[in-house]
Design a protein around this ligand. Structure first.
Ligand code: PLP
Length: 399
């Protein structure tokens, strides 16, 4: 132990050095966000959080409650209940991706699925490419696996810059992490750009980790969600991740899924069996019902489609900001550079002067000059927040 700098006074307080180092390293990565995710005072309109304000559709909760009452409180398979993996398989097939139920594992949220994918694919010292700005948890998860995140900027339209991605590939690259619909940009990648990405992955023999957690939330009439694994040549090199948190407003249920080549699922299910075993059995019944009844997702998606139209129309009428098309998920990523403020100043002043809370893009690599606004508040609060933001921007414009 001579080389370890972390020491504890007594044995009863001693933690493993690896854990202490890991937790301090990971907590320092996310610290910038903490203050923006804190619950603000009552008078502030909060447009920061990435979870629907709506409750889980009743039929889903009732199914889980009935399963609990019915005694579905026992261990199931480490892959998850057969009914639930079958429901995921059928759901994915409706979206154009054919996967055997036994190649699907139910996880504790998409987050755990992502972590499992990173562990399964990368070896310490390798790297993964992240088109950025990107969801902030990829970085700490990669670091926890001993992998290096390589951030590559998106293009001006907040879409994939394929030549830059290809240029960033080197001998350490194990995978490219793709997230469409995207947090924080709201972009939905086209078939053409995803096809080009798959070609790059094939050319350089890389994995693709496709985070499709926002799949039900695509707002454009001429674009559908494209599961990357459904594209030619992609299936045997793509790990697809999804879940119930966003589309079915089930964030607190902590349920997601991972699917990919059988050999990969065989390995990650052994790890799951020996760590968390599986997510709670009775919750998986609710999750199966969510997918079996195709109408339930509309209870969440329909109000979000309406909010998205409202938010887009209102933001586009505001001075000195540029608002790209809101293509999917529930985020507006706004170019605030025409205001002359930095994104940090913009967010601080919008909060203190107009009482509206948003997230500065510069907390994420290549997000400088942009601000993320989540339209996860009620329509009433959204209207109030947008009213305040509009008059604040007009005032700013006239000073
Ligand atoms: C891009 C992205 N992936 C994954 C997740 C995590 O989803 P889950 O709640 O299923 O763990 C989030 C949550 O904010 C997200 O934005």
């Amino acid at each position: 132990m001579a080389s370890c700098e972390v020491r504890w006074p007594t044995l009863s307080h001693r933690l493993g050095v690896r854990m202490v180092r890991l937790s301090s390293r990971l907590s320092s990565i996310g610290t910038g966000f903490a203050k923006y995710f804190q619950k603000p005072p009552e008078d502030v309109i909060r447009l920061t959080i990435g979870e629907p304000d709506l409750d889980t559709p009743k039929a889903i909760s009732e199914a889980a409650i009935a399963a609990l009452r019915d005694g579905q409180t026992h261990y199931s398979r480490s892959l998850g209940l057969e009914r639930t993996t079958r429901a995921v398989s059928t759901y994915l097939s409706r979206g154009g991706l054919e996967v055997e139920p036994d190649d699907i594992m139910i996880t504790n949220g998409a987050k755990q699925a992502l972590f499992s994918a990173m562990l399964a694919i990368g070896d310490p010292g390798q790297s993964m490419i992240i088109p950025s700005p990107a969801w902030a948890s990829y970085n700490p998860q990669l670091k926890a696996c001993g992998l290096h995140p390589i951030h590559v900027p998106l293009d001006q339209m907040l879409h994939l810059d394929i030549p830059s991605i290809e240029a960033a590939i080197d001998e350490t690259t194990a995978a490219i992490i793709v997230n469409s619909p995207n947090n924080p940009t709201g972009s939905v990648y086209t078939t053409e750009e995803l096809t080009s990405l798959v070609e790059v992955a094939i050319e350089h023999d890389l994995w693709l980790i496709s985070d499709e957690i926002y799949a039900p939330m695509v707002w454009l009439d001429d674009r559908n969600h494209i599961p990357i694994a459904s594209l030619p040549g992609a299936k045997n090199r793509t790990v697809t991740i999804g879940g119930w948190s966003k589309g079915w407003a089930m964030t607190g249920w902590r349920l997601g899924w991972i699917t990919g080549p059988s050999s990969l699922i065989d390995h990650v299910s052994v790890v799951q069996a020996n760590t968390v075993t599986h997510p709670p059995t009775f919750l998986q019944i609710g999750a199966a019902v969510a997918l079996e009844d195709e109408t339930l997702v509309e209870e969440i998606v329909t109000p979000f489609r309406e909010r998205r139209s409202l938010v887009l129309k209102r933001l586009q009428a505001m001075p000195n900001i540029v608002v790209p098309e809101l293509e999917g998920a529930f985020y507006a990523f706004i170019d605030i550079r025409p205001t002359g403020l930095s994104d940090l100043e913009f967010v601080e002043r919008l909060l203190s002067e107009a009482r509206v809370q948003t997230i500065p893009g510069s907390l994420m690599p290549f997000g400088e000059g942009w601000v993320r606004l989540s339209y996860t508040a009620s329509t009433k609060d959204l209207i109030e927040g947008l009213d305040r933001m509009e008059s604040w921007l007009h005032k700013l414009d006239s000073t």
